[in-house]
Design a protein around this ligand. Structure first.
Ligand code: PLP
Length: 337
């Protein structure tokens, strides 16, 4: 099976497993797991931030950040298709008792003007706008990336209006590689960043939240309340360290593979609008001869798995377990459809 459903389907390589098996561990709830401590410091340092917090999932790192940055009754500004809103089980309401102001972006990206427009005036009728949450790359935007200047402009609006700025950077390394940006640039702009190790970086479990010292201290308390305090989690963190050392630059290969498959698909009569392919995600409309579900079924018969994500769209995601020869085979299969 060539599995394009998500970059979460990767399995740890023998080398990554070896790093995990040989990890030095301790009880992280007591702050005594040396491998988790190392991973947290590595991530924070590389982004020029103070501290980090290793968590079981990206949902947890996002939700902890939102909880830390808000008070009950506040409002969070985010794009209408953002993961924190549509894929985290209503967690903003459930965990933080906040409302959400949705902004319609361009491929998941919003602008400083839109943020300014979305901030409520100081009026007792209105919830207090306290946080902006951005997503980069934007999953439902087809893996789209922000231009750095647009982020700087959003930060200026946040600062001027006393709002905090969080980044759901589940696939931030894909954006860094695609846009030739640096982690430090992001550390300069955001109050907190959530990064998944279990997507394109290929680890089995884990996300890291980074930010200021006081913020991470508060986040550590909330992680415990959410049930995310792990004990000898260093076995998992070791996979993260291995991934940061070995699996970042190679993301460019996934981006190239995505463009190659996009080209093959665009030649087909049943493929409609294609979201621009900037990173490792392909989202395209399926029309005419196939419905998204029928196309997925047809490809499955050829040992290729894709995901129908709406009544009109299919998503494919490249990752490190999809090898060049499998990309070739996929392209041949598409050409024969
Ligand atoms: C996958 C993902 C997350 C976190 O998901 P988990 O499955 O909880 O790790 C957050 N944001 C985006 C954009 C994602 O794609």
């Amino acid at each position: 099976m060539i599995d394009f459903r998500s970059d979460t389907f990767t399995k740890p390589s023998p080398q990554m497993l070896d790093a995990m098996f040989t990890a030095e561990v301790g009880d992280d709830v007591f702050g005594e797991d040396p491998t988790i401590n190392k991973l947290e410091i590595m991530m924070a340092d590389s982004f020029g931030m103070d501290a980090g917090l290793f968590c079981p999932s990206g949902t947890m790192t996002n939700q902890i950040a939102i909880k830390c940055h808000t008070q009950p009754g506040d409002e969070v500004i985010c794009e209408k298709m953002s993961h924190v809103y549509i894929y985290e089980g209503g967690g903003i309401a459930f965990n933080s008792l906040c409302s959400v102001k949705l902004v319609e972006g361009n491929l998941g990206r919003i602008t400083a003007d839109q943020v300014l427009e979305a901030i409520n005036p100081n009026d007792i009728h209105k919830p207090n706008s306290s946080l902006v949450s951005l997503e980069n790359t934007a999953n439902r935007g087809g893996g789209s990336c922000y231009n750095y200047n647009d982020l700087v402009n959003i930060k200026k609006v946040c600062k001027k209006n006393n709002l905090l700025l969080h980044l759901d950077g589940a696939r931030l390394y894909n954006a860094l590689v695609a846009k030739n940006q640096t982690p430090k640039q992001y550390g300069d702009v955001f109050d907190s960043i959530s990064i998944c190790l279990s997507k394109g970086l290929g680890t089995p479990v884990g996300s890291v939240l980074i930010g200021k010292k006081d913020f991470i201290a508060k986040a550590r308390r909330i992680r415990k309340v959410f049930g995310g305090g792990m004990r000898q989690g260093g076995y998992l963190a070791a996979a993260g360290i291995f991934a940061l050392e070995n699996n970042v630059e190679r993301l460019a290969k996934d981006h190239l593979h995505a463009k190659m498959i996009c080209e093959a698909l665009q030649a087909k009569d049943f493929v409609g609008t294609f979201l621009p392919v900037e990173t490792n995600i392909l989202i395209f409309e399926v029309t005419g001869r196939f419905t998204p579900v029928a196309l997925a079924k047809k490809l499955e018969e050829n040992n290729i798995r894709v995901m129908a994500i709406s009544r009109t769209q299919v998503r494919m995601v490249l990752h490190l377990d999809i090898l060049p020869e499998q990309v070739e085979k996929t392209i041949e299969t598409i050409q024969d459809l």
